[in-house]
Design a protein around this ligand. Structure first.
Ligand code: GLN
Length: 493
């Protein structure tokens, strides 16, 4: 029989319904896996007692015939989601001892659907980064680094910023996990660790109670080991919320119906601007193969152009830091978390923020403050907003001739810690294929399609029209069937 920790969410729900195992057994299997995987540092805070309690309650519900959509499914929660009574750090020293008195809307919805929370997963500090390396509590290590990742010569990154979530799901410590995606933080780590990650349309999921990075770009989304599992999770996570004025009041379709639809006649756009010089050869090959697979399944592949792509990264690195500098102003030593002492109020602020924020966060605050300051606002911020509109228009234009867009999720595969950390610009380039969607507010799904020569996962990204996650699930499901990715990281062998 398949190990409990190897099951997909869909399979586990069937097993639970058929009484093959209980939610308590399923949860215990994951807690045992977490115990053995502590060297991966996937979690900042583990919550085994809470998980056991929730699992017991889940079994009782099922016995009473009241099972909910995700009843008994053990999940990891990115430590950016506020969880009532459970420490929430954003991987920052400034929130090291912060215990929220409230629950984020999305984590509440997941709890209401009967899921079990295993713990709070590691991330880049305030979700700023692409490797997990900026966490104040040490980075998560990819289970693809080797059978014993902590001792591997090249300790590979699990992507970022949702690095603990990608690690936990790919290492079989959790069946699924939540992520947030401001510029690629769900899709890039999913791609790097060989799992599925979905960034919904801006406004699809409530941001309420999720610690803000860049409010006009942030979105919550699911990470799991199959396309259908992300569909199951998104169905629960999505929906209008009065408490988030940017969440959109439209109905949430049953995404499961989309999974079995045919892609016959679907138009798949290949953006020519995404074919970068010096792109990883394996990535390029798998991109072509993925297009061919969709064509074989009945889709029509068309060439499209997104002419303003080259401005996306510079625009993102003006807008995201600008919003971050404003959002992070609230960490002043007065209301949340850490407080250092100082002779005057200003000195207290300065000491608290210098001590509490890591280097990358300070860098972003500096850039953000600069681009918003008088005189530079027009030169940088206002211009960036105009170009953002052009990037969005590119997509609107492209979607006149196609229904989904297919592109790589990242330019390369996992790298080792230290290889890009010295050069912020190299790190920022990780997001070249992902930030465009955040700027345009569109949904994107990343799924694994193959391995590189060195045996590391490569993911493809499907991009859809606003609020058309269903078509993404249809296309992704067809590509998943054709690519039949079944590789597991060496750590799980
Ligand atoms: N890597 C990008 C950044 O550092 C995106 C992060 C994210 O999506 N949260 O800003």
């Amino acid at each position: 029989m398949t190990k409990l920790t190897d099951l997909t969410i869909a399979q586990a729900l069937e097993g639970l319904a058929a009484k093959e195992f209980s939610a308590v057994e399923l949860t215990e299997a994951h807690i045992a896996a977490m115990d053995k995987a502590r060297s991966l540092n996937a979690f900042i805070t583990e919550t085994p007692d809470l998980a056991r309690e929730q699992a017991k309650a889940s079994d009782a519900r099922r016995a009473a015939g009241e099972a909910k959509d995700l009843d008994g499914i053990p999940l990891g929660m990115k430590d950016l989601y506020c969880t009532k009574g459970v420490r929430t750090t954003a991987a920052s020293k400034i929130l090291e001892n912060f215990v929220p008195p409230y629950e984020s809307t999305v984590s509440q919805k997941l709890a209401d659907a009967g899921s079990v929370m295993l713990g709070k997963t590691t991330l880049d500090e305030f979700a700023m980064g692409s490797s997990g390396g900026t966490s104040a509590f040490g980075p998560a290590i990819s289970p693809w680094s080797g059978p014993n990742p902590a001792e591997a010569e090249r300790k590979l990154i699990p992507g970022g910023s949702s690095s603990g979530s990608s690690t936990a799901v790919s290492a079989r410590l959790a069946m699924g996990a939540t992520g947030t995606d401001t510029g690629g933080s769900i899709r890039q780590p999913a791609s790097i660790t060989g799992i599925v990650g979905m960034k919904p349309t801006y406004g699809r999921c409530s941001r309420w109670g999720i610690i803000a990075f860049a409010s006009s770009l942030d979105q919550a989304g699911p990470m799991a080991r199959s396309v259908s599992d992300t569909a199951l999770m998104l169905r629960v996570m999505a929906g209008f919320d009065r408490k988030d004025s940017t969440s959109v009041d439209i109905s949430v379709p049953n995404y499961m119906d989309a999974l079995t639809k045919s892609v016959k006649g679907l138009k798949v756009g290949i953006p020519r601007e995404y074919r970068l010089d010096g792109m990883n050869k394996d990535t390029e090959k798998l991109w072509d193969q993925s297009a061919a697979m969709l064509r074989d399944a009945g889709a029509e592949v068309v060439d499209i152009s997104l002419p303003h792509t080259k401005y996306a990264l510079p625009v993102y690195y003006i807008i995201a830091p600008a919003e971050a500098s404003s959002n992070l102003a609230r960490y002043d030593g007065v209301r949340f978390g850490l407080r250092e002492t100082g002779e005057t109020l200003d000195a207290m602020y300065e000491a608290t923020r210098s001590e509490g924020f890591g280097k990358e966060v300070q860098r972003r605050i500096l850039i953000g403050t600069y681009v918003l300051s008088a005189g530079y606002y027009d030169a940088y911020y206002r211009k960036a907003q105009r170009v953002r509109r052009l990037i969005r228009n590119d997509f609107l234009e492209a979607f006149r001739s196609c229904d989904v867009i297919l592109a790589p999720a990242t330019p390369g595969t996992a790298f080792a810690f230290g290889e890009k950390t010295g050069d912020p610009v190299q790190m920022y380039l990780e997001d070249v294929f992902t930030v465009t969607l955040n700027l345009a507010g569109l949904p994107g799904l990343c799924l694994p399609v193959g391995l590189s020569q060195e045996g590391l996962p490569i993911g493809m990204q499907l991009i859809g029209r606003a609020f058309d996650e269903s078509t993404l699930f249809t296309a992704a499901s067809a590509l998943e069937r054709a690519a039949a990715f079944s590789h597991k990281p060496p750590f799980t062998a």
